[in-house]
Design a protein. Sequence first.
Length: 513
Amino acid sequence: MSELTFDTLLEDGNYQGSERARQENKLLLDELERKKKARSLAVPTDDNKVKARLREIGEPITLFGERAADRRDRLIYVLSQITAARGEEGMQVEEETTSEESEEEVEEFYTPGTLELLETRRRIAEFSLPRAQNRVAQQRADSRMPLGRIIDIRKKIFAEVKNFANLGSQIGDDRPISQVRFSPNNKILATGSWSGNVKLWNVPSCTPIRTLRGHSDRVGGVAWHPQATRSLSEDAVNLVSGAGDLNLHFWSLNSETPLATLSGHQDRVCRVAFHPSGDYVASASFDTTWRLWDVATAKELLLQEGHSKEVYSVEFQDDGALAASGGLDAIGRVWDLRTGRTAMVLDGHVQAIFAISFSPNGYQIATGSGDDTIRIWDMRSLKALYTIPAHLSNVADVRFFRADEIPPFQVAPTTPNDIVMDGVDGLPDATPTPTKTISAEEEWKYRSGLYLASAGYDGFVKIWSADDWQLLRTLPTDGGKVMSVDLSSDAKLLASGTYNRNFQMFAPEELPI
């Protein structure tokens, strides 16, 4: 009898143990289901609406030190808890509500714009359409190029790229170098620092020219006017910078004080970009917006929302018709500046987007992210073409090579058919065979957009081919984190800015500077 009782107790213990494990598994599955449904909840992005919703459900509208993005995440969590507590009936009610809200979210809405913005959109359309027409005509001409000639051009260009080596390093400031950018004539390098200074350096000697003082907090972005150091007067606006003091500054090349200060952002300003026309400037900010400014009047033309978290990067397409923005919400958006609509959503990264670069071909975009990858997007198919496992830590910057419109060499006159000897010189049986050669000008036109460079927090700069997306060259730096990279438009130099306060110069070996 005692043996039977012991067996019974043992079986009951096993049953209780398995039942406990089953309950624990159920709790885990319920939590996963709650998180899954939380992601599908339609929650407003407007901070005032988020506060109003929190007030409705009896929650504090804000907590100490809580930002707008954190407040929205808290609302999602609370709503998911409430939904889970209601059970199946509550889930059905909530799903009906969220479906109605999602319909409202999807519906397009417009805000009144100024007459200045309307005129700006017209000017951008007039500027971009001829450029797009010329680009498409050039691409059609390139498409007729024989495959053998394309392969020869690629081999020659990639052989030069693979020869990039460290030319030198220079201490740039007292704090990390956040961004480096070459001037259009490739003779000046601008560096932005967390100290708030923008410095100009001679290239390639890396000797200082001038320090531009005006920001009181870390500089997040620096950009050159498209015609700076060329046809533009040194007294005009040649440079723009944005910083953590919420301001943008316009700079000339003759003064250490700003020509104008642009105020309006409610939080730190990160990347800035000049429109290809040189008439407008875009700025990305931690206030979850990016803005468009008029260079002539230094006034704000457009305040663009659309991200649920901080906007870190912004860039213009070469035609001037589109702008792209990337945020800490891991989402990128392509905007049509002529209409104000979203042309494409870049949804695929799982971490923040820190860098965006348009390809010179006009329809591809590269984005660098905190998930250590570079994604290549195609606007024709509205999807990601390729994912490059680029770095071991954050991809901080991405830049396509853009060939200068004026070749940095004298194009020698060439005959269409050069003579190549099949035999040995001087032998009577040597017969000439005409072959088509590649002209330097033809090679230079095809070079633009053929490769791109990336900077990572793993301490490396990498160069990638822009057709099969393969690694061409890895360049080590003397900094733990590479925060920025840029390629000169004459294909002779590459610059990188690092966290340990210096910047490096790289050049192909045996290439005259």
